[in-house]
Design a protein around this ligand. Structure first.
Ligand code: FAD
Length: 423
């Protein structure tokens, strides 16, 4: 794969997500060879995927070329490839473009969508974990509205304008809010033949409240925001099937829909070759010690969503969100500087900066320590934080411009069916 032989330690990183890039940034001045693998040639800012799906932002605004982030590193090598296997006995990884030996291996592969073994849902629903998937949702949503505009069959029109989202975690709530705003701002202006009331957004959640990982106070607020926007929230409702036309729930409800978005869960994305006590099979996450070292291995580390660090405060590991991934990446990077000098290393301690989710314009909710609030201030805070963490100055400027434009005009600029969605 054309990686030069080296006399300095070779650190191989799998995954250019939050954890992987935070780790590499800390090693830019060290005498090491860094090799990064990712199946995409860009970093994805997943918290804003829902805005791509609902035509609020262009995909380029939330992606950034991985080569460009590290273009100033002299001994940095990126390869766009799928890593398929790890052979820890020979310190070798196998990828879709060949094999490579490592001195240290950092696994930062994040998660993949969890369909909980339901094949028909996996086959027929729309997941939202990558930019291509978000673009599929955008195309399908717009195609279905276009079809609804020309159909004279009322039942079919209802099905085309019925949007069903599974899972009321932050992703589901944000999607539902954005779709409801789409109906309000776009449908009534650009589709004069369609009535606003004809488009329905259903949000279905198995637990007894929306945003289950957040406080009850903000859960209630978020549900109220959603209902005020016209989203129909169905709690304690388990989805059992979707055959491409009808969503069926365990208690026998049926929702006819042509757009069923699955935002009901993720599971780790481990790589073949590491198993036994190192892999917690239920969660598909690698068990790591307080230094992010994978249990049972001397030179393999795991970071972010894929890492399960059990301790008193987090007996089931850290939440699978951006902050633990960023903090672990930075921390291990600093520890590696010490490892390379033979100095003692520090255990990882997570600093919880709070959680937030947005429902729509002037409607977000925030939990920070004992503070739980919602509304316009929370929304501005949400926007500021997301702009701050977005990778790349250009992306920040473009996103800020888009948000300001949409705020003033109630518009969604990216309503384009560039690559029509086909099953
Ligand atoms: C829709 C959505 C919304 C979210 N919203 C929020 C939010 O609002 N706030 C928040 O804090 N968190 C949010 N999260 C969670 C957050 O994005 C993750 O916790 C975070 O991205 C984890 O970082 P990571 O580096 O561990 O993994 P990721 O960022 O997922 O990166 C993993 C990388 O590894 C690559 N990869 C995986 N397997 C392989 C392989 N075998 N070969 C090659 N490359 C591979 C992937 O392509 C990817 O680039 C959201 C997640 C999703 C999906």
């Amino acid at each position: 794969m054309n990686i030069p032989e080296t006399s300095v330690p070779r650190i191989v990183i799998i995954g250019g997500g939050f954890a992987g890039i935070s780790f590499i940034k800390k090693l830019q001045k060290e005498k090491v060879q860094i090799v990064l693998f990712d199946r995409h040639n860009y970093h994805t800012f997943q918290p804003l995927l829902y805005q791509v799906s609902t035509a609020g932002l262009e995909p380029d605004s939330i992606a950034y070329p991985l080569r460009k982030i590290f273009r100033k590193n002299m001994d940095f090598h990126f390869r766009m490839a799928e890593v398929e296997n790890i052979d820890a006995d020979t310190n070798t990884i196998s990828t879709s473009v060949g094999s490579l030996k490592y001195d240290y291996l950092i696994i930062a592969t994040g998660t993949r969508t969890n369909f909980f073994g339901n094949e028909s849902i996996a086959e027929n629903s729309m997941p939202m974990k990558t930019i291509p998937q978000a673009l599929n949702i955008r195309s399908l949503m717009l195609q279905n509205i276009e079809k609804a505009d020309i159909t004279s069959d009322e039942t079919e029109r209802k099905r085309l304008l019925n949007f069903v989202i599974a899972g009321a975690g932050p992703t589901g709530v944000e999607l539902a809010g954005a779709l409801a705003e789409f109906r309000k701002g776009i449908l009534e202006n650009d589709y004069p033949e369609l009535e606003e009331e004809e488009m329905n957004v259903h949000l279905i959640e198995g637990l007894d409240r929306v945003l289950p990982p957040m406080s009850e106070t903000v859960s209630k607020k978020a549900q109220k925001f959603l209902e005020n926007l016209g989203v129909q929230v169905h709690l304690e409702t388990f989805i059992s099937d979707y055959d491409g036309k009808t969503v069926t729930t365990k208690d026998g409800k049926k929702f006819e829909t042509a757009t069923f978005i699955w935002a009901a869960g993720v599971t780790g994305a481990p790589i073949k070759g590491i198993s036994g006590e190192a892999l917690v099979e239920k969660a598909n996450r690698y068990r790591v010690d307080e230094f992010n070292k994978v249990k049972g291995f001397e030179n393999i580390y795991a970071l972010g969503d894929i890492a399960l660090m059990e301790n008193k405060e987090y007996p089931k590991g850290h939440p699978q969100v951006a902050q633990p991934a960023i903090q672990q990446g930075k921390h291990l990077g600093k520890n590696f500087r010490k490892i390379l000098k033979g100095a003692p290393i520090e255990p990882f301690k997570y600093f919880d900066k709070g959680t937030m989710a947005t429902v729509g314009r002037n409607k977000a909710v925030v939990d920070i320590g004992k503070l739980h609030f919602g509304g316009a201030i929370a929304w501005f805070l949400w926007m500021f934080v997301h702009l701050w963490f977005l990778v790349g100055f250009r992306n920040r400027v473009v996103t800020f411009f888009n948000w300001t434009y949409s705020y003033i005009n109630y518009d969604r600029a990216a309503r384009l069916i560039i690559r029509p969605f086909k099953k």
